[in-house]
Write a protein that binds this ligand. Structure first.
Ligand code: PSU
Ligand code: MN
Length: 302
């Protein structure tokens, strides 16, 4: 017997039933990645962008033990403003749900729940990956292992520049996670359009991506995720970026920040130290990824 509820919103349920395009959106960005009050504005705007591009948005989170696929505006407000919203990765889902708690879901957890609900296209900002110094800390995001096991296409601006990008790319290869550059062969570094690493395969349209998704199905490689790396249009000032990254990593080490607190700490450090420049870029990233994800979902539904 289920001791919790799994609720697909009426809007999302209707779209799925009719075979209409749906895009999953994560909630950790809202509660732990962006500061108030822009987090709520962005959460709403991103849903509108998905709708304008012809798809239905399904923001995913757990509220008071209820697993929600698609949120009402009140629920978006709760995720953005409540202080008791945990950050849940896949391993936390059942615990949060069964104990009646609330959590925003990471890429790993969102992708898991999306697939469970029948959604296979997902937009986020930047994926988690292998952290710098992971050879000692073993800090590698569960995003990677989760995506190695899920049939989902994730649009992101590469992996966060706070990570060890080279090591993350090696892990993506090992885990058989597909990688496409959208209109580029340069692997984007989140705030930066080019992380310095190359992508083998470039695609130039949503239709091309939809064709690849179709081929994945027949070749049965759709048991692993596909990543579409979409560089932001205007990157952060590089010199500033590198200086802030360095001071952020130093501050995290000094304050003994570990585990799931690392990423929110570094993002917050960026937003404060860059006086909002990184925040602006982060918001652009999420918006443009959501638009592309919706275009892909529309192309797949055709
Ligand atoms: N992209 C953003 N902001 C974020 C994240 C992604 O623009 O806050 C979140 C995602 O939820 C991702 C998480 O899964 O950061 C990675 O956290 P960790 O490194 O602890 O796995
Ligand atoms: Mn981690």
């Amino acid at each position: 017997m289920n001791s919790y509820e799994f609720v697909t919103s009426p809007e999302v349920a209707a779209a799925l039933k009719a075979g209409k395009p749906v895009v999953a959106l994560e909630s950790t960005i809202i509660s732990h990645g962006l500061p108030r009050p822009s987090n709520l504005e962005v959460a709403r705007e991103v849903e509108d962008i998905v709708r304008k591009h012809g798809a239905t948005p399904a923001t995913i989170a757990i509220l008071d033990g209820k697993v929600c696929i698609g949120l009402t505006d009140d629920q978006l407000v709760a995720i953005a403003n409540r202080d008791d919203i945990a950050k849940a990765s896949s391993r936390d889902l059942a615990i949060i749900a069964a104990t009646g708690k609330s959590a925003a879901t990471t890429v790993a957890a969102t992708a898991h729940l999306a697939v469970l609900a029948g959604i296979h296209i997902f937009a986020t900002g930047g994926l988690g990956g292998v952290h710098r110094g992971a050879n000692e800390s073993f800090d590698e995001s569960a995003d990677l292992t989760a995506l190695s096991d899920l049939d989902i296409t994730v649009v992101c601006a590469g992996v966060k520049s706070i990570l060890d990008v080279g090591a993350t790319l090696e892990r993506l290869e090992t885990l058989a996670i597909g990688l496409l550059g959208y209109k580029t062969t340069h692997f984007p570094g989140f705030y930066l359009t080019d992380s310095g690493y190359t992508i083998e395969h470039q695609v130039d349209s949503a239709a091309e991506i939809a064709a690849i998704i179709g081929a994945r199905k027949s070749l049965k490689t759709d048991v692993h995720a596909l990543i579409v790396a979409n560089p932001v249009a205007k990157e952060m000032d590089r010199t500033r970026h590198d200086a802030i990254l360095k001071s952020g990593l130093d501050a995290a080490a000094k304050s003994g920040i570990v585990g799931k607190a690392v990423t929110p700490f570094l993002l917050e450090h960026f937003h404060t130290a860059s006086e909002g420049e990184s925040l602006k870029v982060n918001i652009e990233i999420i918006k443009s990824n959501s638009a592309l994800a919706a275009d892909i979902a529309v192309a797949v539904a055709k």
